[in-house]
Design a protein around this ligand. Structure first.
Ligand SMILES: *Cc1c(COP(=O)(O)O)cnc(C)c1O
Length: 374
């Protein structure tokens, strides 16, 4: 095995540092998935996961062996019909992805486009009141820049306009407060490799009763492999139409046990918030900033680099110290990088990261000075 890989410490949004409990399952046995035993294990864990999501309806949570984007696409294919008028909150890479997917499938949609640094407010939504929109798509935490949208605002708007609310909660679930029923959310999308801290490969779709009714009433689905109607029938027995990522389902079993014995969801969120607050306080002391013009998720901190190139910091942290953080894309690449607070990392790990960030930034600043003088 490449020894460099072993030494990497991940402060990225996913896949994150895994907990020993979910790695340990690979030393144990597993069942053939077309058995009652496996089906029962799946049902038990989907019920536990549903409770964490805040959807108490039985058999309302289905899952696919696919990354989050596949499930965003499958949701569009299964839940949007030719009568729907969709509104998309497009505040970054993931909002844009919803637009591209709706476009690709020829759906009727409009997007609310936010500039970088612009917080979503009621003013943005007001223009779309009483305009017969039927669905709203949002990535509740826009992972590309860290903005956490106001779910109260979106939920009220959808209720007033009788719209279905479709939430990609991939990077907010198990990092921030989230409750599907409380906010009248119709579809919640989550993925294994983010808040759940397990391997990438499984994505979950939690459905409200009215969206289940819509799916069941629809004629033929446009997709065979990702047919939700088929998934809903199979899940009653804890089954999937096709072979799932069996081992990741065991990882889920292990991590849900671990969350429970660690004190449950509130404690889990507290632990992440503690890491997040600690990091933010300390980067201020280093003279670094994070965005303050919009609300941030506790899942990650975007770090603004005024004096040095953010892309350089990311590269040096990784190459010199085996510390892996997320670069930003596009126009933000040299201005900002992102540090995730989910996964099996400790305050001591954060101290090491802060120390190395400080070393690299000071070194880069000095090089800049030398360069300026030439
Ligand atoms: C990670 C993420 C996804 C999923 O991306 P994949 O690469 O397809 O797993 C989708 N939406 C958001 C907001 C994300 O953070």
């Amino acid at each position: 095995m490449d020894s460099n890989i072993k030494q990497m410490k991940h402060f990225i949004v996913g896949p994150v540092e895994m907990y020993p409990c979910s790695k340990a399952i690979y030393q144990k046995g597993y069942s053939y998935f077309r058995t009652e035993e496996f089906g029962n294990m799946v049902k038990k864990n989907l019920t536990r996961l549903s409770n964490l999501i805040g959807n108490k309806n039985e058999n309302s949570l289905i899952y696919l062996t696919a990354s989050g984007t596949a499930v965003m696409e499958a949701t569009i294919e299964n839940c949007v019909d030719e009568n729907d008028k969709c509104l998309v909150i497009n505040g970054g890479t993931f909002g844009k992805r919803f637009c591209e997917l709706l476009e690709h499938h020829g759906k009727n949609y409009t997007s609310i486009n936010l500039e970088f640094g612009e917080q979503l407010t009621f003013g943005h939504l007001a223009d779309y009141n009483n305009k017969n929109y039927s669905m709203l798509f949002v990535n509740l935490h826009e992972t590309s820049n860290g903005q956490l949208y106001d779910i109260n605002l979106l939920s009220d708007f959808c209720k007033r306009n009788n719209m279905m609310l479709i939430v990609d909660a991939i990077s907010t679930f198990l990092a921030d407060e989230f409750d599907m029923a409380k906010f009248g959310i119709d579809v919640t999308i989550i993925s294994s490799q983010k808040g759940l801290c397990i391997s990438p490969g499984l994505s979950f779709i939690s459905l409200s009763q009215r969206v289940i009714d819509k799916i069941k009433k629809a004629p033929k689905s446009n997709t065979r492999y990702f047919d939700f109607k088929d998934c809903l029938i199979n899940i009653e027995r804890g089954q999937t139409p096709y072979t799932p990522a069996v081992m990741i389902m065991y990882e889920l079993d292990a991590i849900l046990d671990y969350i429970e014995i660690s004190g449950g969801k509130e404690k889990w969120l507290e632990k992440i918030k503690t890491k997040c607050d600690y990091f933010r306080k300390n980067i201020k002391d280093l003279g670094l900033k994070f965005p303050t013009s919009y609300n941030l998720s506790n899942m990650l901190t975007p770090v603004i680099c005024d004096d040095v190139k953010a892309s350089q910091v990311v590269k040096l942290l990784r190459d010199k110290y085996g510390l892996c953080v997320n670069p930003c894309g596009g126009a933000l690449a040299d201005k900002m990088f992102r540090v995730s607070h989910i996964g099996n990392t400790t305050i001591e790990d954060i101290d090491i990261l802060l120390d190395k960030m400080s070393v690299i930034i000071n070194k880069l600043k000095n090089e800049e000075l030398v360069y300026d003088r030439k």
